[in-house]
Structures are given as structure tokens and as C-alpha cells.
Design a protein around this ligand. Structure first.
Ligand SMILES: C[S@@+](CC[C@H](N)C(=O)[O-])C[C@H]1O[C@@H](n2cnc3c(N)ncnc32)[C@H](O)[C@@H]1O
Length: 352
């Protein structure tokens, strides 16, 4: 069977604020007609922003565990779809979590994905998680996942890529692992290397400096006086630098509204923001210099979301802490877009 250029209906599972949807919308204009049929998200604030920005009339499911599968025959049936997206909850796998892998409650959601694939047998899936997943239990967890995803239903050909957001057009050192599967009966497996790397200097925001708000921003974004010593000054016992003004951002975290040490989060000085040398870290007086975290608008930009996400988040009254959490949990849009484009185009080309 060949893959013709036609609508690809997709189900956005663990949808968050829809990083995969923005990526699919971008692809829509280029090669495929991407049709959103449903999304599933448990967090009401994420759902509120998703609905506001995407304005979708598609099916909404409020918990993955409510979805009809062989193990849950009375569950809610998802409308017919060809492609499953799933940036599944990663706390259980990340290096800041307990790294228990499958034993953790949130890790169990991987089995929910398997149940969904088994029941609906979509043609494709694209799943995403933290790259650290590949080191859990000396790589055995990844090996088990690979086997399970390859065997589920009538079987999938699988491509697994460890990728860095800054290689795909965004100024952020965010590492992610992608699992792209295509049903074995649709196409023989292709030998696919990772998506071609993009020249960051040609991207919309080659550095953080290019996306930093140059006008005055809310006072709340400046490091409070009483916290400055903890955040900005390095205890000689700690490893790592206290670097602020990074042209390529550290990975955004869901808890970035809290004041973490300056080797964990992204802080910028007045001097850097107002300089004309994006690649040069200025010498600043850490005692006196006004220094701030990124604003939610800048966070959306670092993750590849359009600016209207920030306006919409404010319009529906999401607190800054909520906005940071949603941003920090999202898949980097340009990274997802490059993965999707490479994966679908490669199989489409091979089946012409
Ligand atoms: C890593 S985030 C994915 C974010 C998404 N890719 C985006 O671009 O915003 C995982 C999401 O799964 C959601 N989630 C966790 N448990 C869930 C469940 N049982 N059913 C549906 N969604 C769930 C979380 O609220 C979170 O938004």
C-alpha cells in the first residue's frame, strides 16, 4: 500500500499546550494535510490555553485513562486517527525525578500508550520524552520500550532519535528523545538517519538575545534582593558555573518561576539585554546589576511557540507560575516539526 498525499488525522495525547499541534500546523502548509481529530490532557489550565489558542472543535478527553482500549471496553472511543502524538509525562524518567522508570505511577502512562496503539492501530506514532530516559537502568528501560513499541498491534517499524533543540532552530540546549513508528504493513522499514540539522544562525532567533524583550518588563521577573546571594553567587563547594546571559538557553524547566541557582535557570542582565553583542557575555556587577529571569513571552519563543500564546495565556488569567510550568513541559515546536517532516516525508517519498 502506498502513502498518498492526503489528510493525516491525528490524536494529540498528553497534549499540554499543543507543541505537536503547532508543529503539525506548520507541516500542513508544506507537504501534508494534517487534521486534528482529538486531544487528551488532564490539566485544566493546559486545556484552557490549548482551547483558547487552537480554537479546536475536536474531541476533548480529560484523562488518558478514560480512553477506550481492550483493557477498558467501556471507555471513551477516540475518533478515527492515523497518527498518535504523545509527549508522555516525563517526571518519572527525568534526571530530576526518581528515575524509577516504569515503576513510577507516571511511568505507567507508557503502558496507556501501548494500550491505545494496540486498540486503534494507527498508521504512525511520534512520541517524545526526556533524553535521560536512555540511561535509566543502564539502557534496559529503553530496550524494553523499543521492543514493546515494535511489537504492539501488528507491529511497527521504529526510529529512535536523540536530538538537541539548538540543532533544530531554537536557541536552547534541550535534549529530547523521539520515537517514530510506522505500521509494518504500510511500508518496509527505511534506513533513516536523524533529521538534517538546521543552521541556527539562519533561524528566527539565533540566540536568546534576539528574543529577549528590550522594553521594560513586569517587576516580578527581577531577582528579589533577598534571593540574589543564593541565586547568583557560587558556593565554592558546588560544581558548575554561575553563568548568566547565555546566548543558548539552558533547558527550560516547569519550575522556572521559582528562583533556582543561576547554573540551573536562565537569567539575563540589563547590560546583556541592551548590548549589541548577542554572542558576548558582558562583565556585570552581580551585586548591583538588575538581573531577571526570562518572561513567559520569551519562554514561549525559546520553545518555538508564536507570540500570541503569551497574549492568550494572559487573557485567560494564567498566573506566571502556571505559564512557566506549561512552557517548561512543552515539546520544542521546531524540533517536533523537523522530526515530523523528516519522518513523514521520507516514507512518503519512498512510496511515490
Ligand atoms: C511532557 S507534557 C507534554 C506537553 C506537550 N507535548 C506540549 O507541547 O505542551 C505531558 C502532559 O501530559 C499530561 N498528563 C499527565 N497525566 C495525564 C493523563 N492521565 N491523561 C492526560 N494527560 C495527562 C500532563 O498534564 C502534561 O501536560
Amino acid at each position: 500500500m502506498s502513502i498518498k498525499r492526503k489528510a493525516i488525522r491525528y490524536f494529540d495525547l498528553f497534549a499540554g499546550i499543543g507543541g505537536f499541534k503547532v508543529a503539525a500546523d506548520k507541516l500542513n502548509t508544506e507537504s501534508f494535510e494534517m487534521e486534528h481529530v482529538a486531544y487528551c490532557e488532564i490539566d485544566p489550565q493546559a486545556r484552557a490555553l490549548y482551547t483558547k489558542v487552537h480554537g479546536t472543535k475536536s474531541q476533548i478527553i480529560t484523562d488518558a485513562k478514560l480512553i477506550r482500549t481492550h483493557k477498558n471496553e467501556s471507555g471513551e472511543l477516540v475518533e478515527e486517527f492515523d497518527l498518535l502524538f504523545g509527549g508522555f509525562p516525563c517526571q518519572s524518567f527525568s534526571n530530576v525525578g526518581y528515575r524509577k522508570g516504569f515503576d513510577d505511577e507516571r511511568g505507567q502512562l507508557f503502558f496507556t500508550i501501548l494500550d491505545i496503539l494496540d486498540y486503534y492501530q494507527p498508521k504512525y506514532f511520534v512520541l517524545e520524552n526526556v533524553q535521560k530516559l536512555s540511561t535509566i537502568n543502564k539502557g534496559n528501560l529503553l530496550a524494553e520500550m523499543k521492543e514493546a513499541l515494535g511489537d504492539i498491534g501488528s507491529g511497527y517499524n521504529l526510529h529512535i532519535w536523540d536530538l538537541l533543540a539548538s540543532d533544530y532552530g531554537l536557541p536552547q540546549k534541550r535534549k529530547r528523545i523521539f520515537f517514530c513508528g510506522i505500521r509494518k504493513d504500510i511500508s518496509p522499514e527505511l534506513k533513516l538517519s536523524q533529521p538534517p540539522i538546521v543552521d541556527l544562525t539562519q533561524s528566527r532567533y539565533p540566540t536568546t538575545w534576539h528574543l529577549l524583550e528590550k522594553d521594560s518588563v513586569n517587576e516580578k521577573h527581577f531577582i528579589p534582593t533577598k534571593t540574589r546571594k543564593t541565586v547568583l553567587f557560587k558556593n565554592p563547594k558546588w560544581a558548575g558555573d554561575v553563568n548568566i546571559d547565555n546566548p543558548i538557553a539552558r533547558p527550560l524547566t516547569a519550575s522556572m518561576s521559582k528562583w533556582h541557582r543561576a547554573n540551573q535557570d536562565n537569567y539575563f542582565s540589563h547590560t546583556y539585554i541592551n548590548s549589541s553583542l548577542p554572542l558576548q557575555r558582558p562583565i556585570v556587577d552581580l551585586d548591583k546589576e538588575p538581573i531577571r529571569r526570562i518572561t513567559p513571552l520569551e519562554g514561549f519563543r525559546i520553545q518555538g511557540f508564536p507570540d500570541h500564546f503569551a497574549n492568550s495565556a494572559n487573557e485567560i488569567g494564567l498566573a506566571f507560575s502556571t505559564q512557566y510550568r506549561l512552557i517548561g513541559n512543552a515539546v520544542p515546536v521546531d524540533l517536533a516539526w523537523n522530526v515530523l517532516k523528516h519522518f513523514l516525508n521520507s516514507y512518503h517519498e519512498s512510496n511515490k
